[in-house]
Ligand binder design. Structure first.
Ligand SMILES: [Zn+2]
Ligand SMILES: [Zn+2]
Length: 237
């Protein structure tokens, strides 16, 4: 069998992610980030250069640090944080115990330096580009029509980059439809919360409030279903 090119892999992962309940681009990026962190930690324990890079960038941003922590690896974490804690301690010792020098500079610009953030931005660029390309394919476009649609940040990126009017119309149409459905579910939740309707059993609207957060800011990095079902299927880019 012919090996898949990067382009095919992106399209394959997106097509798989269309079946999920959340933004397909978020799902693919979360999976790519998980794999990136996995590899980075593996290299980190074995390779001095990676260790230097992580030391120089002062570890990860808050979101990625906790994503990585949830992935486990107590030994990798112990090595990484022993390095980081020591470097901060040395930084403070250099300042000395006397004097009024501020030490805030140690973490200045950390968000921009996070290696996983950088990787994620690149993946986002590739997946948005891949989505727009895949939407030219009739079968994919149909599957997209019945997908969860995009989160707001990814919708805006995709719409901005779509050069074709037809493509923009498809993106907009699907998005309007999904948002109308979500809004109706949120209102149904509010209606059922009224004391006059408390006896009514909950329906699909029960987790609409969580999906609304995901629509607005994008999905969290490690979703429960992703940890099990999704990452087995997706292919590395
Ligand atoms: Zn998204
Ligand atoms: Zn980060």
């Amino acid at each position: 069998m012919k090996a898949m090119t990067n382009k095919d892999v992106i399209q394959y992962n997106l097509a798989e992610a269309l079946a999920g309940a959340t933004c397909p681009v978020c799902r693919c990026i979360a999976e790519a980030t998980r794999r990136f962190l996995d590899n980075l930690m593996y290299e980190f324990v074995n390779d001095n250069q990676t260790r230097d890079r992580l030391r120089a960038t002062k570890g990860f941003c808050r979101e990625h640090a906790w994503t990585l922590q949830k992935m486990g690896d107590p030994l990798g974490h112990s090595i990484l944080y022993a390095d980081l804690v020591d470097s901060f301690r040395q930084h403070l010792e250099k300042k000395g115990l006397i004097g009024k020098h501020k030490s805030a500079a140690f973490l200045a610009g950390k968000e921009e330096h996070c290696l996983a953030c950088r990787e994620e931005r690149e993946m986002e660029r590739r997946y948005i580009f891949g989505l727009l390309r895949a939407l030219n394919n009739g079968e994919f476009r149909e599957a997209y029509r019945s997908s969860a649609g995009l989160c707001l940040p990814h919708y805006q990126l995709a719409e901005r980059q779509a050069t074709d009017g037809d493509l923009r119309a498809t993106l907009r149409e699907v998005q309007i439809d999904r948002m109308a459905k979500l809004s109706a579910e949120l209102k149904e939740f509010i209606r059922k919360s009224d004391f006059r309707n408390v006896g009514e059993p909950p329906g699909e609207e029960r987790d609409a409030w969580i999906r609304a957060v995901g629509l607005w800011v994008g999905s969290p990095h490690l979703e429960k279903e992703q940890r099990t079902a999704f990452h087995k299927k997706s292919k590395p880019v």
